[in-house]
Design a protein around this ligand. Sequence first.
Ligand code: BTN
Length: 302
Amino acid sequence: VWKYINQLKEEGYVIESSSKKGYKLASIPDILNKREVISYIKTEFLGKEIYYFDTIDSTNNYAKKIAEDGCEEGTVVISDCQIAGKGRRGREWASLAGKGIYMSVVLKPLLEPSQMQLITLAASVAVAEALKEQTGMDLGIKWPNDIILDARKLCGILTEMTCETDKINYVILGLGVNVNQDMEDFPADLRDKAVSLKAGCKQLTGENKTFNRAKIIASILLHIEKYYKMLQSGLNEEIIDKWRLHSITLGKQIMCSDSRGSYLCIAEDITEDGHLVVKCEDGSVRELLSGEVSIKGVMGYI
Ligand code: BTN
């Protein structure tokens, strides 16, 4: 037994021993490995196959590679750290070891390429609900799919797709969640834009708390599976309604930047296929499919 106990101690578990009673797990620290994630998983097919790495370039890149090789739908790639984490619009995603969740899910939806935006919106609802359930914190979704806590970014989603004219071959859903970073862990230029569950919790409640990444991953996968099944059953309107419920964008004044330049407008609604409906200052109404939007709030634009 002691050999096994020593191995667990080396992995970071705190184990108390007593000559009469034996061994007791004193606390469950935030240890991320395949065994920990599997111990919390309750899904039917998401995460039945998990690839876990201590370090990788990007989980999305690895997921793409195994999807090309024909891996099962629902295969999940997780890494404790990324050395070339990718964000949207060619940006980097800060992926420090031991602190965040860097995970990619391979999906093979029976949907048309034009419905790709819906997959991303459904994923953002799933992540928001999982994080709310796990932490009780007041999170919101900024269009299209950023999860925001206290006016700063907590989670980003990068969806990559390979398709033919009318058929999606596979989708890689890449999720980056800031979990146990202290504010100093973020690069200096991100400190007013990014937040983690730990830093947000400390600033908002004064509580010094570390969150269990394996448990959060399992909860996120469960919620993604639920919304993915709804999507496959054509329950698009229900998904959009849930998105509206969590949205912090609708009804707000926003600054849009696209090929036309930057302009102010009001975010009025979201269409059934996930486009943002905005009313501009000259009274014209536009539909945005993508592009950069920032919301005007008490903290300036987020
Ligand atoms: C964004 O810019 O908002 C999207 C960030 C997505 C980051 C995640 S981390 C796991 C996966 N692998 C990557 O290289 N990127 C995504």
